[in-house]
Design a protein around this ligand. Structure first.
Ligand code: AMP
Ligand code: ZN
Length: 114
């Protein structure tokens, strides 16, 4: 998808700060961090949103969640904790239509979701 921002980041056509990478997954720093740790985790293949996930995507979804555990260990927030967020669709405020998870932490996020 040549017009997709995160496909272009995955393909290194647009610069990003890498945090973690496997054959199926890429994680990089959010350009406008909202917490001391704010990482975006994306599948390398283009999937437009959580709504678009099917059985065909089980392998990459498994890798995304395993990647989270590796990233939080690498960044030292495994024990202090973190939040994993997916925005899907207009009401969520999704702005980039390539599936991604926000991994945020590095401070107390409180007990409320929003
Ligand atoms: P969402 O609102 O869930 O679609 O989140 C999109 C996220 O992408 C936002 O947190 C943006 O700050 C982030 N973002 C947009 N452009 C870039 C970029 N070039 N590099 C890193 N993060 C970006
Ligand atoms: Zn894409």
């Amino acid at each position: 998808m040549s017009d997709c921002l995160f496909c272009r980041i995955v393909n290194r056509e647009i610069p990003s700060t890498p945090v973690y990478e496997t054959d199926k997954v890429y994680a990089f720093l959010d350009i406008e961090p909202e917490a001391p740790v704010h990482v975006l985790i994306v599948p390398k293949q283009h999937i437009s949103s959580h709504n678009a996930l099917t059985e065909d995507n089980v392998d990459v979804m498994k890798d995304i969640h395993l990647a989270v555990n590796e990233i939080v260990k690498k960044l030292g927030i495994s024990d202090s904790g973190y939040r994993l967020i997916n925005n899907c669709g207009p009401d969520s405020g999704q702005t980039v239509f390539h599936l991604h998870y926000h991994l945020v932490g590095g401070k107390s996020l409180g007990t409320k979701i929003l």
